[in-house]
Design a protein around this ligand. Structure first.
Ligand code: COA
Length: 174
């Protein structure tokens, strides 16, 4: 990751026109929708550049895990100590995540996921216990390999399924 540059994208900066993750919706988000989401304070998008070229991006927003997301919420809440089993538990949502198709399956996605986990537990400004993601079917194996679990056993045939990662399992940098 040393040679990679981490860039926070805004609504008026340019995007690397060569970026292509092989998924049209995600490409469209990178080039167009991420700008409107930034303007409306709905999501912030970050890029990883290698020698000036974007090899991956992700977008994040505030979110929460509630009884509506989880199959057996009372059992799920036992992850927290007694007295802290709130009805709403703070989370960050990875709205979009994609690696350039020429760089996929080289470990970059997992390295970036490790970065996101550390990033959210180090000097955090707000409480944030979980990462959640509406994982595309084809990416669910990737998330499982990176420690994510399904919030419900439903939807096995759906195109996306909500998955979570418990940030309490990560050691902060400081
Ligand atoms: C899914 C994605 C982000 C993974 O990034 P990546 O850099 O390719 O992932 P890694 O190289 O770190 O892979 C980690 C592990 O997951 C596996 N993996 C990655 N993508 C996979 C896929 N599509 N299907 C099955 N396994 C996959 C890899 O084989 C690897 O396993 P290994 O360590 O046993 O070899 C990337 O492939 C991508 O951008 N895909 C297109 C867009 C997309 O689906 N985004 C997710 C939106 S929810």
């Amino acid at each position: 990751m040393d040679e990679l540059e981490f860039v926070r994208l805004s609504s008026d900066d340019s995007r690397d026109s060569d970026f292509d993750c092989g998924n049209d919706d995600l490409n469209e988000f990178f080039f167009v929708d991420s700008k409107a989401n930034f303007r409306e304070l709905l999501a912030v998008t970050y890029a990883w550049n290698l020698h000036g070229k974007t090899i991956a991006f992700f977008s994040v927003s505030n979110d929460a895990i509630t009884s509506q997301n989880v199959e057996n919420f009372n059992r799920f809440r036992r992850i927290l100590p007694w007295g802290k089993r709130y009805k709403t538990m703070p989370a960050v949502k990875i709205g979009r995540f994609a690696v350039h198709k020429n760089f996929s399956k080289h470990g970059y996605g997992s390295k970036i996921m490790d970065f996101i986990k550390i990033w959210f537990v180090t000097r955090n400004k707000t409480g944030c216990r979980f990462i959640v993601v509406d994982a595309l079917k084809e990416a669910q194996r990737f998330y499982e390999k990176n420690g994510f679990s399904f919030l419900s056993s439903d939807g096995e045939n759906d195109s996306t399924r909500l998955m979570y990662f418990d940030l309490k399992t990560v050691k902060p940098d400081s």
